[in-house]
Design a protein around this ligand. Structure first.
Ligand code: AMP
Ligand code: GLY
Length: 431
């Protein structure tokens, strides 16, 4: 079968690498891909938001399944266009993707279905925002969130009423994020550990996958600005078996059934961003796709063929599965361009990628995120450049291997966190 992967980051490299191992995949395409993906798939120069062009391509090449990496094409209605043309696609339609496309929609949905989440208000004007922020009802800190997609820049934790007002004004009146900030969610601050949980659904049935921990801040010790993710641990070490059950019964299942009941059948992977609070797990946000860099940590642990799972989801006939995962934990370290998530240079030569294969030996894998081939050399082409994942019989070995992999790859100004997994390791050692 011919398979098309949409996207061009580390997540899509991991998806391509995993799908390439499927005996049913005869030809693999990726739009637009990157320098690493080009070694295992035919890269096609189509922008992921060019839905019609992607559908034309899939139709012309009789693509058997299209797997969508990023959220934007899903929110724009890629799945609807594909389904209209009878093309099989992995990823929810526009109505279901609103779960990520609008934070206000997601919060109201959670409230309608009594799914645990932080208390909140949706506001549409500065007057409304002011009246909420000044009321005695809300405490500090207060989380100010732009409603629409904002590439990680739409969430601010305000520690005073003044700051909350200033931030709200930036989003609503000054339009710092354009139309993404016309509505805001003003939300109670939750304390606890964060965890990302993934589950597949065909719209009715749910197949829980795993939990992972994402490291969102740019610098060691969870300092610095928010990023797309600087590292990942899988499985999450901060989750008890009991909590995992609660997440499935109280969060994942009612989300999938609630969406179905509202005529928004969810077919794809559901990414639940959760806070493990003293009162139990609560939803921080939903994403309608694999995480990045979570996919780079999750997929190397999955044994067996990924394709049939994605096909069953896309066809709405998800069977019972006993997924097999390696017991070895995975640690992913993202290597970014100097300056990320602020401004950075592109076109910096990368050394040490060896023969360009994903496997570096020693259960270590390198996934390309922002890379490009120029005149036979691989150069940087983005903020997050590479993700190095390693498996190990324990967390310590996985961490060591991952950093050994990182050290082999050099480019000017490269930036990475040196503490991925460190806290978890200390916690394990402390019992
Ligand atoms: P979101 O895009 O909604 O996941 O927010 C980005 C990050 O902001 C999350 O990963 C959390 O670290 C933080 N955050 C969001 N909402 C809250 C909240 N209600 N309480 C505490 N932290 C939050
Ligand atoms: N790593 C966070 C995300 O994929 O949204």
């Amino acid at each position: 079968m011919r398979v098309l992967v949409v996207g061009g980051g580390g997540r899509e490299h991991a998806l391509c690498w995993k799908l390439k191992q499927s005996p049913s995949v005869t030809e693999l395409y990726c739009a637009p891909g990157n320098a690493g993906i080009a070694a295992i798939a035919d890269c096609v120069a189509i922008d992921p938001s060019d839905i019609v062009e992607l559908a034309d391509f899939a139709e012309n090449l009789s693509i058997g399944l299209t797997v969508v990496g990023p959220e934007l094409p899903l929110i724009l209605g890629l799945a609807d266009e594909f389904q209209r043309r009878g093309l099989l696609v992995f990823g929810p339609n526009r109505a279901a993707a609103e779960l990520e496309g609008s934070k206000a929609f997601a919060k109201d949905f959670l409230r309608r279905h009594a799914i645990p989440t932080a208390r909140y208000h949706v506001v549409k004007s500065m007057e409304e925002a002011t009246s909420v922020i000044k009321s005695d009802e809300v405490g500090m800190p207060l989380v100010v969130k732009a409603d629409g997609l904002a590439a990680g820049k739409g969430v601010v934790i305000a520690t005073s009423r003044e700051e909350a007002l200033t931030q709200s004004k930036k989003f609503i009146s000054d339009r710092h994020l354009g139309s993404a900030g016309t509505r805001l969610v003003l939300e109670e601050f939750l304390e606890g550990d964060e965890v990302s949980f993934f589950a597949l659904s065909d719209g009715n049935k749910v197949l829980p996958l795993v939990a992972a921990q994402d490291f969102k801040r740019a610098f060691d010790g969870d300092e610095g600005p928010n990023t797309g993710g600087m590292g990942c641990l899988c499985p999450a070490t901060n989750l008890k078996a009991e909590t995992l059950k609660t997440i499935i019964t109280d969060i994942v299942n009612p989300t999938i059934s609630g969406l179905a009941a509202e005529g928004r059948k969810y077919q794809g992977i559901l990414y639940c961003g959760l806070m493990l609070t003293r009162d139990g797990p609560k939803v921080l946000e939903f994403n309608v796709r694999f995480g990045d860099p979570e996919a780079q940590a999750v997929l190397p642990r999955l044994k067996g063929d990924l394709l049939p799972l994605l096909m069953e989801v896309a066809e709405g006939r998800l069977g019972p599965h006993r997924l097999e995962w390696t017991r070895d934990p995975a640690v992913t370290v993202v290597v970014a361009s100097g300056g990320y998530p602020g401004s950075y240079d592109n076109g910096v030569a990368i050394e040490g990628l060896g023969n360009g294969a994903v496997e570096m030996g020693d259960d270590t894998f390198v996934f390309h995120a922002g890379t490009k081939a120029v005149g036979g050399k691989i150069v940087t082409a983005g903020g997050r450049v590479l993700a190095v994942t390693a498996l190990g019989q324990n967390l310590k070995t996985a961490i060591e291997r991952s950093y050994r992999g990182v050290e082999k790859i050099q480019f000017e100004g490269r930036q990475f966190r040196t503490d991925i997994g460190k806290k978890a390791l200390e916690r394990l050692a402390g019992g």
